[in-house]
Design a binder for this molecule. Structure first.
Ligand SMILES: *[C@@H]1O[C@H](CO)[C@@H](O)[C@H](O)[C@H]1NC(C)=O
Length: 253
């Protein structure tokens, strides 16, 4: 009798779990490194959302890593480049560093400039919202390809061009050898309200694209180029998984 009760409780639990998972969609992220070099992805969950099982790791050239995000997860992925550990064991990266001093970012975000892939799974209307953003500048070409899923604009987004090569000199970030490793946003480079969409320029009506954000936009029309670039840069899917590729075009860099 006791066994039968236990058994039916287990069954009920399994059924409830199944129903819940049917209603709330989760998502699987597959991260691929097609760059000619190692990339160290970083992951930051939005405020109040639990971290994924990993928040930072190394992804060798050609390597792939898959991870599941629970329903209603929101956060961002980016790539760190030119990372190394110093003699004291402190880990740091020339671009996208998250300040943790370790491989795992553990709640640290990307230091700009860095290309970001941003997600809100199971948001308004049960839809996933996602974008690739250059608002905090650019360090790597990134592509987000939804897999499965449905919706009017459940389509590929990203920035596939080498903006490091195309970066205006006043926005350029160079590595120790003088090589171009990242491209700042105008907000980061000049700190002016009109570029940052802050202060007197803190509304969509008052903050217009600048010649700098337009250079990003014409290179990468699908990506966010400044803070109020939502209409042309936010995509939505229902029930999709996502493939995130660093250096989607192997000739990029
Ligand atoms: C995608 O659809 C959403 C509404 O679901 C809309 O707000 C957004 O502007 C659309 N994005 C693009 C790139 O057309």
């Amino acid at each position: 009798m006791e066994r039968l009760r236990l058994c039916s409780r287990v069954l009920l639990l399994a059924l409830t779990n199944f129903l819940i998972s049917e209603v709330h969609s989760s998502a699987t992220f597959t991260i691929v490194n097609k760059c000619e070099f190692t990339v160290w992805p970083g992951i930051l969950s939005n405020a109040g959302i639990a971290p994924l099982p990993t928040t930072g790791f190394a992804l060798q050239k050609g390597e792939t890593k898959t991870m599941a995000a629970p329903s209603s997860w929101g956060g961002r992925f980016w790539g760190r480049t030119h990372c190394s550990e110093d003699s004291a064991g402190k880990f740091s990266c020339v671009t996208g560093d998250c300040g943790s001093g370790k491989l795992e970012c553990s709640g640290g975000g990307a230091s700009p400039p860095a290309t970001l892939a941003e997600f809100k799974i199971d948001g308004d209307g049960g839809k996933d919202f996602y974008d690739v953003s250059l608002v905090d500048g650019y360090n790597l070409p990134m592509l987000v390809v939804p897999q499965g899923g449905s919706g009017d604009n459940c389509t590929t987004t990203g920035c596939v061009v080498d903006m490091n090569g195309a970066c205006p000199s006043e926005l350029r970030v160079t590595g120790v050898g003088g090589e171009r490793v990242a491209c700042k946003s105008a907000c980061e480079a000049f700190g002016k309200e009109q570029f940052c969409c802050s202060g007197a320029y803190g509304t969509p009506d008052s903050c217009k694209p600048s010649s700098y954000s337009q250079a990003f936009k014409s290179a990468c029309p699908l990506a966010y180029s400044y803070a109020y670039d939502d209409k042309s840069s936010t995509f939505t899917c229902t029930g999709a998984d996502y493939l995130i590729t660093f250096c989607p075009n192997p000739s990029a860099r």
